[in-house]
Unconditional design. Structure first.
Length: 368
């Protein structure tokens, strides 16, 4: 199928996102088309990327001096140690700002590598090749980079845009179903905050998308990227509008952190739980009408997506969840800032609630 191309334009930077199948083999063509030049490159690769794909990448970069680091990409390793290992390697091999750092993996890989690129000599070239559905539709777009700390998720980081993003859908074929579901959570989020027609498309075609059938999967990726592009271009550094992209995430990040970022709950699964929590809270606060709330919950059930909080948590987790919600980076006081939903395609920004309001609500969710 024809390569789909989106251009992200921020105040100081412009870069393309390429979406399609078999793109890696054409990578040097894309570099020439987009005037990307460098001599040395360090690949930081998620160790879960199949060897066949790595060999294809090595072949595609045959005219470059290549170095490789393989990382175990999980939330626990999204930390200062992994970041330092990358920076130490760049310094040891005497990389320059004109050389290139290339991330190949999911959102964790892209976040850490992008952060390293922003720090090394105050900024070096960075290319992102996302290999999971979640990273192709969300984390590879918009320049958010960072690492976790013991105090919470993504609390240390920067805004740093790549030179190029290549979303090759062939990578998705090697993913387990669980990872596809994780990516679908972000796709659903984008539809809910921005485009009711896109939500209707998902409602009709979710099974085909989750099976990676074309043209449905590429359309879902493209439409998600278009939504995030529009938001990022208007508000690159999350001063106002970009906060809508955190719909469901205040809950989601607290859910992940309260379980110690364990494999019991992946980020995309936490986002789906967070979406379900946010729409229920929106309904209770009389923002979201029951008909649309019911449509969304039915969609999640019919697509067999994670949505039941009690499958992962009990009342014993309540205080820890609230503790992490209070540390969310969108808060600017002792209150909790939420993104809620007025109707499908229409979010509400900066609704602030006291801890006790959320405690009462979540207590019911975890006990009823």
């Amino acid at each position: 199928m024809k390569v789909k191309k989106l251009i992200i334009k921020t105040a100081k930077h412009k870069y393309p996102i390429l979406i399609g199948s078999n793109l890696i083999a054409k990578i040097e063509i894309f570099f020439k088309e987009n005037l990307i030049q460098f001599n040395n490159c360090l690949f930081v690769i998620d160790e879960n990327v199949p060897n066949k794909k790595i060999l294809l990448i090595k072949k595609a970069f045959k005219n470059k001096k290549k170095f490789f680091i393989f990382i175990k990409a999980n939330e626990k390793n999204k930390n200062q140690k992994t970041l330092n290992n990358i920076l130490e390697f760049l310094l040891k091999k005497n990389f320059s700002r004109q050389d290139c750092l290339i991330a190949i993996g999911g959102g964790i890989t892209g976040d850490v590598v992008g952060f390293a690129a922003s720090l090394f000599k105050r900024g070096m070239k960075f290319i992102n090749i996302p290999t999971t559905l979640l990273s192709q539709v969300d984390s590879s777009i918009g320049g958010k980079t960072g690492i976790n700390s013991k105090y919470g998720k993504n609390l240390i980081g920067s805004f740093y845009q790549p030179e190029l993003v290549i979303s090759d859908t062939n990578f998705l074929k090697s993913l387990p179903k669980r990872e596809i579901v994780c990516g679908y959570g972000e796709i659903l989020k984008h539809s809910l905050i921005a485009n009711k027609n896109f939500y209707k498309f998902l409602n009709k075609n979710s099974s085909k998308i989750l099976k990676l059938n074309n043209p449905y999967i590429e359309k879902a990726i493209l439409e998600s990227c278009k939504i995030k592009k529009l938001v990022v271009e208007k508000d690159e550094k999350e001063k106002n509008l970009r906060k809508v992209l955190n719909f469901g995430h205040t809950f989601a990040h607290a859910y992940e952190a309260s379980l110690g970022f364990s494999r019991k709950l992946n980020h995309g699964e936490a986002v789906l739980l967070g979406i379900n929590t946010a729409i229920k809270f929106s309904k209770i606060k009389r923002f979201l009408k029951y008909r649309e709330y019911h449509s969304i919950t039915n969609h999640m059930k019919n697509a067999n997506l994670p949505f039941n909080l009690k499958n992962y948590f009990s009342i014993k987790h309540l205080d820890k969840i609230l503790q992490f919600m209070l540390k969310d980076k969108k808060n600017n006081s002792e209150k909790i800032n939420l993104i809620l939903l007025k109707k499908i395609g229409s979010p509400i920004i900066d609704k602030v609630y006291k801890k006790k309001d959320l405690k009462t609500f979540l207590k019911k969710e975890l006990t009823n």
